[in-house]
Design a protein around this ligand. Sequence first.
Ligand code: PLP
Length: 444
Amino acid sequence: MRSTHVIHRHLHQLPPVAVAGDGVWITDAQGHRYLDASGGAAVSCLGHGHPDVIAAMHAQIDKLAYAHTSFFTTEVAEELADRLVATGPEGTSHVYFVSGGSEAVEAALKMARQYFVETGQPERTHFIARRQSYHGNTLGALAVGGNAWRREPFAPILVEATHVSPCYPYREQLQDETPEQYGQRLANELETAIERVGRNKVIAFVAETVGGATAGVLVPVPGYFKAVREVCDRHGVLLILDEVMCGMGRTGTLHACEQEEIAPDLLVVAKGLGGGYQPIGAVLAQRRIVEAMTAGSGFFQHGHTYLGHPVACAASLAVQKVIERDGLLAKVRERGTQLVQVLHETFDGHEHIGDIRGRGLFWGVELVRDRATKTPFDPAHKLHARIKREAMARGLMVYPMGGTVDGRYGDHVLLAPPFVASEDDLAIVAERLHGAIQAAVPHS
Ligand code: PLP
């Protein structure tokens, strides 16, 4: 093994050295090329090396690389906020810029808490979220996150949160239940949880609009989020939607919640906001939240050194302008239809593919040992890790993960190709993924 001073994700493995990126491809130091079918972790919505984004970053660096937000604002931060408010869910009035998804979730949690402090309800101290969710790795985000494996070592130092069921129809919708009835049952479960925690005790319900990394793209059933919104409103509980992974065009609309026909109180975005060109995340806040802070203490009691970083805002602004100029949301919907078609053609008869689910260019493939019983593979086999290795060996980047079912059992592969992928690229993805899965599944 090459020597390294970097704490890599795995301390017994060294990843290949990435040296170049163009379009949907990343090239390593050995000259191997990898088709980036997951956009890293659903980040690279414009692929790599987009000339407009790079030019915008150069221009900003030449003008002003950094100015601390306790002294100045910048034109790019203002312009990006104007754009996000204009295109945000109804009622959005302001944006808070941070450097990534976890930071954005932390900011949303604190803003929600401060809203109740400002409005005379300091007894609201509790968050409710869902099992099998992922909201980031900082302590607050990890506390609301519902992935058992990620939480376990840190559980004793996490703030208390209650977790209710995810919306996971493949495994948890009952046979005699319609999708609508299932969604209503889940909303009832949330209401029961709010009542159990106590009257006026809950700050917010936190959920990914389309569940992402930890359960492999969980698409909400029709009516679920409308019912959730009603429950939250009935109990004065804020709704925080985490669209770090599923937002900013990934599901075919700029925000995933548009398709649910609801607006959250706080919307959290990152990843596709900057497309990986710079680290950036944001909280889109409803007017009443900001008005409460304005009328109360007059500030949001939070802050980081790199809030609203001008180069990050410039990159993000360029990414968002390209998406609009090139009609990429329509492209996501068109390519999404092609992707699901090729996935079904490739995997429908496959004995180990239990479910194919998703929206736009955001798809999950859940693997099972037995399709009839939906029994997952033995976690000791580490199927997800094997698939990733086999895919890389075939020049393909996908985002597989284990623990799909309950944090321990289950495996899935997440696909989130760049919005600029061609139909031919998608065919290569399906073919190489098929090869990787064939090589990775245990043959008894
Ligand atoms: N929320 C969701 C839904 C995510 O998928 C992620 C990252 O995968 C995060 C939050 C955390 O974002 P970051 O890794 O940028 O801190």
